[in-house]
Write a protein that binds this ligand. Structure first.
Ligand SMILES: CC(C)(COP(=O)(O)OP(=O)(O)OC[C@H]1O[C@@H](n2cnc3c(N)ncnc32)[C@H](O)[C@@H]1OP(=O)(O)O)[C@@H](O)C(=O)NCCC(=O)NCCS
Length: 178
């Protein structure tokens, strides 16, 4: 019998496993991408497994506990193994707040692609956003990402960027629910 996937609020003890899973997903996605490769991922993205990155995640979990209406973070596990996560936020109240939520990150391991787990994480984040518009940045080099987001109602805004001087990104936005 296949071990089911659970989706829960993370605890501080999940911080380093989430960093390792995030870096693994980067490798699975970009090691073969034109102009990127494994060495570039390790050099420029490897920091996400560092103690400061773990501390950042722990602060994010604390922010969620303090005000779950502004921070949303969920970890997906198959058995004991972290296989995905989603992180979304509202801008802090002292920022110029247009009311839009930002989908900060949504990653699932390759072994979970096409299983519906990413849909489950997205659906939960959209429920958290409670009808607000949501925006995100994604790379077309992650070939599944843009089709996935479009299926969930996101459309490219026309804005583009370059992450860490190398990874082309596009901005997508899902309008507020009518
Ligand atoms: C992006 C991600 C969350 C989507 O989850 P998933 O389980 O792969 O998504 P799905 O299988 O539901 O959908 C993938 C879409 O890509 C399409 N696709 C699959 N292979 C493709 C390819 N080679 N080229 C283009 N599109 C492709 C699928 O047909 C599907 O589109 P559809 O819904 O219109 O049929 C997941 O692939 C992932 O974590 N990727 C790595 C990390 C990442 O890029 N995250 C986003 C950061 S912004």
């Amino acid at each position: 019998m296949t071990t089911p996937v659970t989706v829960d609020e993370p605890t501080d003890a999940d911080a380093s496993a989430l960093g390792a899973m995030h870096l693994r997903s980067w490798h699975e996605t970009y090691d073969e991408a034109p102009g990127i490769g494994a060495a570039w991922v390790d050099e420029h993205i490897g920091f996400i497994t560092s103690p400061p990155a773990d501390a950042f995640r722990v602060r994010t979990f604390a922010a969620q506990r303090a005000d779950p209406s502004r921070t949303y973070y969920r970890v997906a596990r198959r058995g004991e193994v972290v296989v995905g996560f989603v992180h979304a936020s509202l801008p802090s109240q002292d920022q110029d707040d247009d009311g839009d939520a930002k989908l900060e990150a949504l990653y699932v391991l390759r072994s979970e692609h096409g299983t519906g787990l990413a849909d489950r994480l997205m659906t939960s984040a959209l429920a958290w956003a409670d009808g607000r518009a949501v925006w995100l940045e994604a790379s077309p080099l992650s070939v599944r990402a843009v089709p996935f987001y479009r299926r969930h109602g996101f459309e490219p805004t026309g804005e583009t960027g370059v992450f860490r001087h190398r990874v082309l990104t596009v901005t997508l936005r899902r309008p507020a629910d009518a």
